[in-house]
Design a protein around this ligand. Structure first.
Ligand SMILES: [Zn+2]
Length: 410
């Protein structure tokens, strides 16, 4: 009965960077940036622990990351076969491709998993990590030229999602970030033939509706969308996969009936903890009465998505007064309160609110009672919650409900 806001990261390392004789690199995988793959993490240029800086002094990296992560949309896309390409002419010096390639959790010890190494003139070396099982098209000693397909993108080793982790070294002792120049990088000029732009704009990678409650892993696989919503479906799920969410951004989701724009449920919460460069979010409502609806997704009051859907043949609450608009807001930090309001000229609603932790364990009943146009505040402090993700289940008297994520930060 819950849903999740989810945040994924990738993996590892630390760097001292020097400039030496140049190498000219081409993009090490096929496809178009921002469409077929997304740069999720650059090299971390901040050597202190728990501090990060990409080459432009931004946050598009994680602590100790030594490479560039080119990440696919999904495992379904990985299955279609996306080629890893040699970034420059050279000689293959290492090939491993026998390891499992559908990892979805970060286990540092797994390292590169399947990887290919190529030696280039001038003592340069490039590394292509996490490739697919049995996908290597080269063997040690093979000569390759820039752009040759050498394997397929996978998720072997320490990897949560299908991606190519690409590293550039000089004589194996000095790590290079191929991107430059940048205020926090060390490369006076780019090592790329055509450097992909540094793009920190918010973007939607994918989104959709489902008639069941997904998990992070099922979303990563990209489930087939339903053709309609009707009993025996019990829920309507909205999910989104996005890049470039910033700390302090406010997400808002509105569920409305199309005919009169009546608000079903609305909630808001601020993005916290960090900026997110590969982020899944989902939420769902119980199946509403037969009608046409729209779910609207906003960031900082800017509408990002409006997705309509029909519900047919639901008799769950056909004869009940429809749910009246409820706006729910979580205020984090020192506040640590939920704020409930009824919007519009509708009679008060009776709601029951229950909090669950990530494992689905019931933390406690938060509230049962009326919500009207006066704000109702629920103080979460007495619960002494540890920081992390929780799910708030909201059930209205007619059985209509919604479940939404609450990220408690302390
Ligand atoms: Zn990486």
């Amino acid at each position: 009965m819950y849903n999740v806001i989810t945040q994924l990261f990738f993996f590892l390392c630390s760097a001292s960077l020097l400039y030496t004789q140049k190498i000219e690199l081409s993009t090490p995988l096929e496809g178009i940036a921002g469409k077929d793959f997304f740069i999720v993490n650059y090299v971390d240029h901040d050597s202190s622990v728990n501090a990060i800086k990409d080459y432009q002094c931004g946050t598009q990296t994680y602590d100790g990351h030594q490479g560039t992560d080119f990440t696919l949309r999904s495992f379904a896309q990985m299955d279609s076969g996306v080629a890893v390409l040699s970034a420059a002419d050279g000689v293959v010096f290492h090939v491993v491709d026998s390891l499992y390639d559908r990892n979805k959790v970060s286990i540092v010890e797994r390292g590169f998993g399947n990887w290919i190494g190529i030696a280039h003139e001038g003592g340069w070396r490039t590394y292509y990590a996490h490739v697919r099982t049995n996908s290597a098209l080269v063997k040690p000693g093979d000569r390759v030229v820039a752009g040759d397909a050498i394997a397929l993108v996978g998720s072997s080793g320490n990897s949560t999602d299908p991606h190519l982790h690409f590293e550039v070294w000089k004589i194996d002792t000095v790590l290079h970030d191929p991107f430059g120049p940048g205020s926090c990088g060390v490369q006076p000029s780019s090592l790329w033939k055509n450097q992909l732009p540094y793009d920190t704009e918010y973007k939607v990678i994918d989104y959709g509706l489902l008639n069941w409650v997904p998990t992070l892993d099922t979303l990563r696989e990209r489930p087939t969308p339903p053709t309609s919503f009707a009993l025996p479906d019990s829920v309507v799920t909205f999910w989104i996969h996005q890049q470039g969410l910033r700390t302090g951004d406010v997400i808002r989701v509105e569920w409305r009936r199309t005919v009169d724009n009546a608000l079903w449920f609305e909630y808001e919460f601020p993005v916290s903890e960090q900026d997110w460069w590969y982020h899944y979010f989902w939420t769902y409502i119980n199946l509403p009465p037969s009608d046409q609806y729209v779910v609207r997704y906003f960031i900082n009051n800017r509408e990002i998505i409006a997705r309509e859907f029909d519900v047919d043949g639901s008799n769950a609450v056909e004869d009940e007064t429809p749910v009246t608009g409820i706006s729910i807001r979580y205020l984090p930090g020192d506040w640590n309160i939920l704020s409930l309001t009824q919007t519009g000229n509708t009679p008060p609603s009776t709601l029951s609110l229950t909090l669950f932790d990530q494992s689905g364990k019931r933390v406690g009943k938060l509230y049962t009672g009326e919500v009207n146009s006066e704000r109702t505040f629920i103080d979460l402090a007495p619960l002494k919650l540890s920081a992390g993700l929780y799910f708030l289940q909201i059930v209205e008297k007619a059985g209509i409900g919604s479940t939404l994520p609450i990220f408690v930060s302390q």
